[in-house]
Design a protein around this ligand. Structure first.
Ligand code: SF4
Ligand code: SF4
Length: 260
């Protein structure tokens, strides 16, 4: 029997599931190796089926999701969270900074807020259940996902590249936007996985793959200050897509109240 795989959606924009679908031939090859038993966006629907690998996209933002993620965990041998929402709460976790809770925001945004059932915070999957592997990115790199599946299928531990975007940038011979143009780039503290996509197009990295191992955020933040960024702008650089990720969360907080 082929290994069984499921893909589950929680609070998210669906971009990471689209990264799967957009993989085209690689997805067809994968379908030869495994049975995809649940992947609502692509067709198969059997959310409670026992599986060898469950991929989870999205953060836990409602009570229903907090219950459902436990069912996913119980039915899966390996659980892999994919993308910024699943690994660090995503953009929707910006509401975690609102001490008043989420109610005043839902009243301001929705015509019928009484239909919105939302938790006051959005959290990463690993805050709720045991996660065997986290694949970061907004969206995730589909190649990383397929590599992880293949390694698991062959009984090898999945390898996740943890080096910094700067290293990918140097290998590709890309001109540094921080050094040559004074653009505040988060590449020195962000994990690679995208192959330095943004600097390759002459723009700064905004940290969508989350913090690299041992991110040295404080000197980079001071460099941003030297480039003319105000403390609140520096805080916003770190409190963006991966605002709740360890390293980015603390550095942003350091600058939220002014120069540390
Ligand atoms: S452009 Fe950004 S990622 Fe590339 S070397 Fe410079 S600081 Fe690092
Ligand atoms: S360069 Fe930075 S922001 Fe751009 S895709 Fe890569 S990790 Fe994301």
């Amino acid at each position: 029997m082929k290994p069984r795989v499921s893909v589950h959606k929680f609070s998210s924009c669906d971009g990471c599931q689209l990264a799967f679908i957009n993989a085209g031939p690689a997805l067809l090859e994968l379908a030869e190796l495994v049975d995809i038993v649940h992947f609502a966006e692509a067709g198969p629907m059997d959310p409670d089926a026992p599986v060898d690998i469950a991929f989870v996209e999205g953060s836990i933002s409602t009570q229903e999701e907090a219950v459902r993620i436990r069912r996913v965990r119980e039915s899966a041998r390996y659980l892999i969270s994919i993308g910024a929402c699943a690994t660090a709460g995503g953009l929707q976790a910006l509401r975690n900074f609102n001490a008043q809770g989420v109610d005043d925001w839902t009243r301001a945004i929705y015509a019928r807020p009484e239909f919105i059932e939302s938790l006051d915070t959005a959290s990463a999957i690993s805050d709720q259940v045991k996660v065997d592997l986290e694949l970061w990115g907004c969206p995730v790199n589909a190649q990383q996902v397929f590599t992880a599946i293949r390694r698991l299928l062959f009984g090898a531990l999945p390898f996740v590249d943890n080096e910094k975007v700067c290293q990918a940038c140097k290998r590709r011979g890309i001109v540094c936007v921080l050094v040559t143009r004074g653009t505040p780039c988060l590449g020195p503290v962000t994990r690679t996985g995208c192959g330095a996509l943004c600097p390759a197009f002459g723009r700064d990295c905004y940290g969508c793959f989350g913090p690299a191992e041992n991110p040295n955020t404080a000197p980079l933040a001071r460099r941003f200050q030297g480039l003319g960024l105000m403390p609140e702008d520096i805080a916003r650089r770190f409190h963006f897509i991966n605002s709740q990720a360890p390293g980015f969360l603390e550095e942003g907080r350091n600058w939220n109240q002014g120069t540390p």
